[in-house]
Write a new protein. Structure first.
Length: 412
């Protein structure tokens, strides 16, 4: 059992001014440490013979939490999960409580706070209800790997626990449910904050014991109901991302975080590649076969489309290789893999109509791919979205060509 002496110094012992309560870490919720109502701490008083130690009281355990002074009580909490209400003038013990067995730090092989963790953070006092709030780590699970963190609410005058408390801190952060709270690795060091009826506690990790994220936990000061758990990091940790990046380095850009079925995406892309290649061939044919008085402008449009479909084919082929697949350029079965058909077309208007049908097929199939890829493979999805936008432009160009030709009396 560790015994530690709490030394309290009080200014102006002979004619004591009203003692200012000290109810939260670093004096204010802003943690400034600045008491602008200090009744009279001036150099002459600090140097006066009556300035000095007022009392010494023994407590069980190391004291890391700043004592709270409120409502005629000095509240001291220890790493052995002992809490004391002391008289601020005499140091006499008014009451004491134990929160249960403190947690052995040796569980995580850590040199900090040896030998036990109980209450580490500075409590916070609510002057409107006379309640002081504290967190404690208690070794009350089946083994030291499964302790619990509690938020206590004590009447500072008597040490009696308030109804609805203690609250067991648990659950998963609302902004990152994949990293549930682990009471074993979690450490609560920052002073508690009381804000708008909620007590907030910040958690990190003992000795950076991994894996961990930071948590901010809120508990309703009246009811003891946990109101929030928020993670300071959302998503996969850097450490995990780095580990995955080193694994299967031969897969290039494909990491363990890749959410899509790679084989499926490669098959879909090869179908899109075939569709684009068939479009290139059809537009080329139409370009060279366009005849009649309106042919020149239309033929030019066909040529531009052919060039752009070729660019799409190249982009798709490149993505297939990035995904570790092989782009299928084989003429065997090209039409079978393509979504659109190859219709030579008789006359200008029919050619344009067939091209419009093909573009509409492309629009439909790319839109479907975008829905499938969603968040599973955002890179491929963005590529497909870009191509989709271009196909919609193509379809619109062709629609306008048909309209213009119809206005001029159709085919020459
Ligand atoms: Fe295309
Ligand atoms: Fe197109």
């Amino acid at each position: 059992m560790l015994l530690l002496t709490v030394v309290v110094a009080v200014v102006g012992l002979i004619t004591p001014p009203a003692l200012a309560d000290d109810v939260t870490a670093a004096y204010t919720s802003l943690r400034t440490g600045w008491d602008d109502n200090e009744p009279g701490l001036v150099p002459s008083q600090v140097g006066a013979p009556d300035f000095g130690q007022l009392f010494a009281s023994s407590v069980d355990g190391q004291v890391y939490a700043q004592p709270v002074v409120a409502n005629g009580v000095v509240l001291v909490a220890t790493e052995n999960n002992k809490v004391y209400g002391l008289d601020p003038v005499s140091g006499a013990q008014k009451w004491t409580r134990s929160f249960g067995p403190a947690w052995p730090v040796s569980t995580v092989n850590c040199g900090d706070l040896v030998p036990t963790v109980g209450v580490t953070s500075t409590p916070v006092y609510d002057s409107s209800t006379g309640t002081v709030y504290l967190t404690s780590k208690v070794n009350d699970g089946p083994d030291a790997q499964h302790p619990h963190w509690y938020l206590h609410a004590l009447d500072i005058k008597t040490g009696t626990e308030k109804a609805g408390f203690p609250t067991t801190i648990k659950g998963a952060p609302t902004n990152n449910p994949t990293v549930p709270f682990n009471p074993m690795t979690a450490m609560q060091r920052p002073g508690l904050l009381l804000l708008d009826g909620v007590v907030y506690a910040g958690f990190a990790s003992h000795c950076d014991y991994t894996p961990y994220v930071g948590y901010v936990v809120g508990v309703n000061a009246s009811t003891g109901v946990q109101t929030t758990m928020w993670s300071t990091e959302a998503g996969t940790s850097d450490e995990e991302i780095r580990r995955r990046a080193r694994a299967h380095i031969e897969q290039g850009p494909i990491t363990a975080g890749y959410q899509a079925d790679r084989e499926t995406v490669i098959r879909l892309l090869n179908e899109a590649l075939a569709t684009e290649l068939v479009c290139v061939l059809r537009y080329k044919r139409h370009h060279f076969m366009a005849t009649g008085i309106h042919a020149q402008a239309v033929a030019q449009e066909f040529a531009e489309h052919a060039t752009e479909e070729q660019a799409h084919a190249d982009q798709i082929a490149e993505r297939i290789t990035q995904l570790g697949g092989e782009p299928d350029f084989s003429p065997d079965g090209l039409l079978g893999r393509s979504h659109s058909e190859y219709v030579p077309g008789e006359g200008l208007l029919e050619m344009i109509r067939e091209d419009l049908v093909a573009e509409r097929i492309a629009v439909e199939s790319y839109a479907e791919m975008v829905r499938y890829l969603a968040d599973r493979d955002p890179t491929t999805r963005r590529l497909v979205e870009e191509i989709l936008a271009k196909e919609e432009e193509h379809a619109d160009d062709l629609r306008m060509l048909i309209q213009r030709l119809s206005e001029r009396g159709g085919e020459p």
